[in-house]
Design a protein. Structure first.
Length: 243
């Protein structure tokens, strides 16, 4: 039997209490009636919704996580959230090094590595994101950029159980321009070959129900990291069911 695919929803900075409750309840209901063990599903809402998600999902097989954490467990870091704080809210996962954090918060791979270590120390699974920009791909540097990010972002505390790698080409995020099957196959094979640990490898970037089946059945694709489409319960469930 093949391992269940990992389907992760990244809600980014979207959702207020009132409009999220219905979506969370709908997902929990749908997951209850799905074939057990068919897929593993994780929701990563904004920090303000984690407690709400946790409350609604406490009886569900769905797990939840944060979208970032600090490298220190506590201290004078106004506005930041630590890995033990996420764990305290029942999180099992944390997304780290997302391209939006690398771009808008100037996060380096070295910082991502330190955060991943903190996540591991707190007992969280780190979903570490890597991926090239459009300019890097056009310049023929995609493989080199992804290899360098991979080498510099994964700490020595990583194991196949506590680490997931997400390949998200920046040009495919929120653009509707999904990477071709050939591009995904090549990059996932490269990541599989270069990873020191046999982690699950997710693809992310414009995944929706209409392309999920093809992507999820490619070699070395162990799941998907979904942005926009995870904000619609029916669409997100359809992606999971495509596995
Ligand atoms: P979209 O699915 O909206 O392209 O976002 C992908 C992503 O960034 C998930 O982390």
């Amino acid at each position: 039997m093949t391992a269940p695919k990992l389907i992760v929803g990244n809600w980014k900075m979207n959702g207020l209490q009132a409009d999220s409750r219905e979506r969370i309840e709908k997902l929990a209901e749908a997951v209850k009636s799905a074939k057990s063990g068919a897929f593993d599903m994780v929701l990563c809402p904004p920090a303000t919704l984690i407690a709400t998600v946790g409350w609604f999902l406490k009886e569900s097989s769905l797990k939840w996580g944060g979208q970032d954490c600090h490298a220190q467990p506590s201290g004078a870091f106004t506005g930041d959230i630590s890995a033990p704080m996420l764990k305290d809210l029942g999180c099992a996962y944390v997304i780290l090094g997302h391209s939006e954090r690398r771009q808008y918060h100037k996060e380096t791979s070295e910082e991502v590595l330190a955060k991943a270590k903190a996540a591991h120390a707190a007992g969280l699974v780190a979903i570490i994101c890597i991926g090239e920009t459009d300019a890097e791909r056009t310049a023929g540097k995609a493989d080199a950029v992804v290899s360098a990010q991979l080498a510099a972002s994964i700490p020595e505390t990583a194991t196949p159980e506590n680490t997931v790698i997400a390949y998200e080409p920046v040009w495919a995020i929120g653009t509707g321009k999904v990477a071709s099957s050939d591009d995904i196959l090549k990059m996932h094979a490269l990541i599989r070959g270069k990873s020191k640990v046999k982690s699950r490898i997710l693809y992310g970037g414009s995944v929706k129900s209409s392309n999920a089946k093809e992507i999820l059945h490619l070699a070395n694709v162990d799941g998907v990291l979904v942005g926009g489409a995870s904000l619609k319960a029916d669409e997100f469930m359809a992606i999971a069911e495509a596995s």
